[in-house]
Design a protein around this ligand. Structure first.
Ligand code: ADP
Ligand code: F6P
Length: 324
């Protein structure tokens, strides 16, 4: 039987992502409009264990839609990975009257939400990560802003790379997933895209590509390297030595996580946040919000965490075909 929820909490967890504020705002305002009380938990599960809990009203989220980062701060918390930490967190929720919780984050944060659900706190996950690496959903909040930020930065590196007729290895984020690399590889017209899911670590292929592209009259050679492969600086040294082409490495890093969210991120985050509040109001628990095949849907967390995701094969082939 569905449990009636009167007060909900909301937290952001794991790496921050542009659009998280739009999601928080939507959770708060949709829940308030349903007659629920809302509490914000600062610093994710770490803040929950430290009881960093604040009351939120409609004004608490004013002027936040366009802001990067997360107004609730975020953290990674090892204490919450233990049973003791999870029991304590559930007790703290009960102490503060929090009977439902929206967790905005990635797979790891969902695993935490699953543990709280098993301890009687209704939980709903919302996909917030720039990595796009959550299997159950075609969209994760922050990806669109991050790829646009990375794309603009890579355009700039490409300008100077062309002027100097260099090879540039540009490392983008994505943890173990190649989505940001693949999208930037296509959007920036990279000559090579190194994807952790597919890369065979054969640098001779890259070396041959650079030499052949020079022969074909290409002035620069842009290699987008995914963080999951890494080692861009040492790779640049080896490639320069083998090809004689000046090679530089640029690691874009955390700039990809910041900045004002794009329209797309704001809209998806708003709908997903509101949907999460609705699911809690309906008494649902252990669910995650997703966008799949053009629709907003929700899945059981256990089911969602068991799903696998792979890079779209045809898109990878198109990216390759563009490099001639
Ligand atoms: P993301 O949510 O972006 O995948 P992490 O994997 O860093 O980020 O997870 C965020 C936090 O979620 C962790 O610091 C930890 O507190 C919690 N968490 C992750 N995995 C688990 C787990 N298996 N059980 C309980 N909590 C977890
Ligand atoms: O999950 C988002 C992400 O930016 C990944 O792309 C990256 O691997 C990781 O977080 C970096 O995290 P940190 O904040 O610990 O540097």
């Amino acid at each position: 039987m569905a449990k009636e929820v009167k007060t909900i909490g909301v937290l952001t967890s794991g790496g921050d992502a542009p659009g998280m504020n739009a999601a928080i705002r939507a959770v708060v305002r949709k829940a308030l409009s349903q007659g629920l009380k809302v509490k914000g938990i600062n610093q994710g599960y770490k803040g929950l264990l430290n009881e960093e809990i604040i009351d939120m009203d409609a004004r608490s989220v004013s002027d936040t839609l366009a802001k990067g980062g997360t107004i609730l701060y975020t953290a990674r918390c090892s204490a919450f990975r233990t049973e003791e930490g999870q029991n304590q967190a559930a007790e703290i929720c009960r102490k503060h009257g929090i009977d439902g919780l929206v967790v905005i984050g990635g797979d790891g944060s969902y695993a935490g939400a699953q543990k709280l659900a098993a301890r009687g706190i209704n939980t709903i996950g919302v996909p917030g990560t720039i990595d796009l690496d959550i299997a159950c959903t075609d969209y994760t909040i922050g990806f669109d802003t991050a790829v646009n930020t990375a794309m603009e930065a890579i355009d700039k590196v490409r300008d100077t790379s062309t002027s100097h007729e260099r090879c540039s290895i540009i490392e983008v984020m994505g943890r173990n997933a190649g989505y940001i690399a693949l999208w930037c590889g296509i959007a920036n017209g990279a000559e090579d895209i190194l994807l952790p899911e597919l890369y065979d670590y054969d640098e001779q292929v890259l070396i041959n590509n650079i030499i052949n592209n020079r022969k074909r009259g290409k002035k620069h050679h842009i290699i987008i390297n995914a963080e999951g492969i890494g080692h861009s600086t040492s790779m640049a040294r080896r490639i320069e030595a083998a090809t004689g082409v000046e090679t530089r490495a640029t690691i874009l890093g955390h700039m990809q996580r910041g900045g004002s969210p794009t329209c797309r991120d704001r809209v998806y985050a708003s709908v997903m946040g509101a949907y999460a509040a609705d699911l809690l109001a309906e008494g649902k628990t252990n669910r995650v919000v997703a966008y799949r095949d053009g629709k907003y849907v929700n899945y059981d967390i256990d089911e969602a965490l068991a799903m696998q995701k792979s890079l779209p094969e045809y898109v990878v082939r198109v990216a390759k075909a563009m490099t001639i």
